[in-house]
Write a protein that binds this ligand. Structure first.
Ligand code: G
Ligand code: G
Ligand code: NA
Ligand code: MN
Length: 256
């Protein structure tokens, strides 16, 4: 309750204490940065940093997730334009909550407005949706994803492997990327099952002409296995933690 009240106050103050941090997605073969995922951070006025795992569910329960999601859309677009001004071209992926997908008119309008305000093309932004969200309420989800796709925003299925995907349905969605859940990556070196699942997901993605990203890569051993299996992109602490925008820019310029 206290968190909900303080989050509402933060949003009413234009996002005071909120920030997006950015984690690189690097090429499997060259380790060049190809894009970043925006991850929300909140510096609570008294408690200090509160993790999104704690405050996103609060926002969802107390009717704040749309305002919070709108703030993320605006901030990500502002940052893409800011980096462009510094000569840095990076595609930014934002995470969408199920409740944003349930209000497609508002979501599409907000995305279009933010892109237009900063003179961005939709291709510079992508949206991540978890597998369990994408597969729930399939017909409605398919309609909203089709509209997001038509806008030109690219779509990723996040935490892939943890939900129950219908492959027939997956094939119909205008999705361009699968992100293998980090639980499988963590077990790559110790579990033959995890290796088999990762291999199967990479092959499935490629068979459907989708790009595949491994999340939560922490060791050289994991990266080596993923490269050998031709995983397109890698993301994880081995390469970089999520960083404030300015740090990310320095990191990206160094790594180019
Ligand atoms: O960054 P961290 O591992 O603490 O993130 C925890 C969870 O919060 C992840 O599942 C992540 O997808 C989610 N999350 C982070 N930023 C956002 C955001 O901007 N919007 C939504 N809906 N979820 C986010
Ligand atoms: O659910 P989602 O995939 O959006 O969650 C992303 C979260 O994963 C981010 O909050 C980020 O901090 C976390 N993360 C990113 N890389 C790693 C990693 O290498 N190891 C672990 N344990 N967490 C990671
Ligand atoms: Na994500
Ligand atoms: Mn994930």
């Amino acid at each position: 309750l206290e968190l909900a009240r303080d989050l509402r106050a933060a949003l009413e103050a234009g996002g005071a204490g909120l920030a997006l941090h950015y984690q690189p997605k690097v090429a499997g073969d060259t380790a060049r940065v190809l894009g970043v995922e925006a991850l929300l951070r909140w510096q609570h006025p008294r408690r200090g940093p509160v993790s999104p795992g704690a405050f996103i569910p609060v926002a969802e329960r107390f009717g704040l997730i749309i305002a919070l999601g709108d703030w993320v859309i605006d901030e990500a677009c502002r940052q893409i334009a800011d980096w462009r001004g510094q000569g840095l071209k990076l595609r930014v992926a934002i995470n969408l909550s199920v409740q944003q997908l349930r209000q497609p008119e508002a979501l599409l309008q907000r995305l279009q407005q933010a892109l237009a305000r900063h003179q961005l093309t939709a291709a510079q932004l992508s949206c991540e949706i978890t597998e369990s969200v994408a597969m729930a309420d399939a017909a409605a989800t398919e309609r909203v994803l089709q509209r997001l796709g038509a806008l030109g925003v690219s779509l990723s299925i996040d935490d892939f492997g943890t939900g129950y995907s219908s492959l027939a349905y997956l094939r119909r969605l205008p999705v361009s990327q699968l992100k293998i859940d980090r639980s499988f990556i963590q077990d790559l070196e110790t579990s033959a099952d995890a290796r088999a699942i990762v291999k199967a997901v990479i092959e499935l993605a490629h068979a459907l002409s989708l790009e595949v990203v491994a999340e939560g890569v922490e060791t050289e051993g994991q990266a080596a296995v993923l490269r050998a299996k031709r995983c397109d992109k890698l993301q994880g602490f081995l390469f970089a933690r999520p960083m404030p925008a300015q740090e990310l820019a320095q990191w990206a310029l160094r790594s180019q």
